[in-house]
Design a protein around this ligand. Sequence first.
Ligand code: PGA
Length: 263
Amino acid sequence: MTASEDKNLVRRPIITANWKLHKTVAEATQFVDELRARCADLGDLDIVLAAPFTALAAMRDRLQAMPFHLAAQDVFWEAHGAYTGEVSAPMLLDVGCTYVIIGHSERRQYFGETDDTVAKKVSAALQANLHPIVCVGESLRQRQAEETFEVIKRQVQQGLAPCDAEDLANVVLAYEPIWAIGTGMTATPAQAQEVHQYIRTLLDEGWGGDVARTVRVQYGGSVNPDNIAVLMAEDDIDGALVGGASLDVESFVHILSYQRRNT
Ligand code: PGA
């Protein structure tokens, strides 16, 4: 399967809003209400809203019977215990999450996340029946030093080390070049495609052809209403992880409706 017309049959597109440290409960629920009013007929895709922990319960109540998935932006690897400040995978499930972002570069950069902690969190999420969205991506320095593939290989192989092929069916990957996050410097579709294709090669080597064919890989890094369609047109890009441009309903709806605007 290489033809782009076939890819959506095998891998349902998935677009995730990553709100990061933004939105109060009132702002989050207002967003959901406005999104509901705006999003009829968006086409066949999974829409995931990754909100701050504090807004999740209120959003769950609003999202019932709506075609959106709720996600957290991080999770701890233990289910319970003396871990002040942490939130576990069963707690996220309890509050209505079906997805959780793991290993975002901001967590790696500011909170000491490593490939090892990513692997533990992926295990914990899968055990709780959550879908991990596992983020990988190189820094500008690494790209300039031509270390991109090496970095991606380490992050994919170590971060997904606990997974077997069956687990991978529940995992989403996100390629987010750090130099493109929040900078307005999107990777070109060709740059992103090159790494997405490489990720599929790694999946093939590690878990076999079926996994490589079916696991969804999102692109993240300055995705906006103007560049979403060209990114999504690439053979191995199955979705987007959207930060800044997901905070405003209007802009997010534009991103979600890329298929309709494209036809
Ligand atoms: P951005 O963030 O869209 O604001 O670049 C993406 C992300 O960090 O997930």
